[in-house]
Ligand binder design. Structure first.
Ligand SMILES: Nc1ncnc2c1ncn2[C@@H]1O[C@H](COP(=O)(O)OP(=O)(O)O)[C@@H](O)[C@H]1O
Ligand SMILES: [Mg+2]
Length: 294
């Protein structure tokens, strides 16, 4: 029987609920899938025909360790080089240089000072981060918020992290964020995520902030932007086992890319009845392809 590991994290040993929807369709395709925490010292990664990254959400503070692990897994999807590229949001600069509209971003490296704009609403977040953690929203014309924003930037840079300062795209409050999902290189489905930020970063002991998710029909502008984003990746989009492009309407109402998720995205398999079977097909195809390789 073909064996596939679904890489998760120690805090979530049984996968998140929607990923568990994969187990039965995989079994029907002759694949025995096992959730395994990525940092499980006992795991024998070489014994799996394929290791699929799923809810490895605790890597943000241990990225070097995570990338070292990814590089030594014999058969990882998505591949380690792409995981390295994708786990640091400075890739947004490359997408922008390739002509993809992205959220306007000021980057602050450790040791650099930041000049906060005089007013307007801004987001402070780390370049390496996940789950909306360490992320806050500040009204810079209010002195209390300005101080909190400056302290937030300092807290992150003192941890050696690069900081992103972005205008708060207020359209997210009504329109939400659109995530376009690709499985096996093809469009699968899309969801709407409600706004996530209500103010300054409070810190959180959780793995991720709770989200409001609904199924959504993406607009043609969103589908077009998602496709252009895949075309600008340092990989062939058709080769990706999974990909997610997240966007929010920008200042002029046209969508801009917030992030592209090639590492451990929630795939929202519970929001499209056919998505679990589609993903299981993509995994089965990937396993049989690698079996044919010399
Ligand atoms: N510039 C922004 N404008 C509005 N909302 C934002 C902005 N940046 C982040 N957010 C909100 O914060 C959430 C997390 O930010 P994101 O860049 O997606 O990082 P991650 O999901 O990797 O933690 C988003 O889902 C969105 O709701
Ligand atoms: Mg996100």
């Amino acid at each position: 029987m073909t064996r596939v590991a679904l890489a998760t994290c120690a805090q979530m040993p049984d996968l998140q609920d929607d990923d568990a929807l994969l187990l039965e369709p995989l079994r029907e395709r002759g694949i025995d899938a096992t959730p395994v925490p990525w940092d499980d010292a006992e795991a024998d990664w070489a014994s799996f025909d394929l290791v699929v990254l799923r809810s490895t959400w605790d890597y943000a503070r241990r990225r070097d360790e995570f990338l070292a692990w990814a590089r030594h897994v014999p058969s990882l999807a998505n591949p380690a080089e792409l995981v390295e590229w994708n786990t640091d949001k400075t890739y947004l600069r490359e997408l922008a240089a390739a002509g993809v509209p992205v959220v306007p971003t000021t980057w602050v490296d450790p040791g650099e000072a930041v000049a906060l704009p005089a007013d307007g609403e801004y987001v402070v977040k780390p370049a390496v981060g996940a789950g909306s953690l360490d992320t806050g929203r500040y009204r810079l014309d209010e002195s209390a918020h300005r101080e909190l924003a400056a302290a937030h930037v300092e807290r992150l840079t003192a941890q050696g992290r690069t900081v992103m300062l972005q205008p708060y795209l207020a359209a997210v409050d009504e329109a939400g964020e659109t995530a376009v999902l690709y499985l096996g290189g093809r469009f699968s489905h899309a969801i709407r995520k409600g706004p996530m930020l209500d103010g300054p970063d409070q810190g959180s002991g959780e793995l991720f902030r709770p989200e409001q998710i609904d199924a959504r029909n993406p607009s043609s502008a969103e589908l077009d932007l998602a496709r252009r984003t895949l075309d600008a990746l340092p990989a062939d989009g058709a080769d990706l086992l999974y990909a997610r492009v997240d966007m929010i309407p920008g200042a002029d109402g046209a969508p801009v890319v917030l992030e592209v998720e090639l590492t451990e995205p929630s795939l929202f398999l519970d929001h499209d009845a056919a998505a679990p079977a589609r993903f299981a097909d993509a995994v089965a195809a990937r396993v049989s392809e690698s079996a044919r390789l010399p």
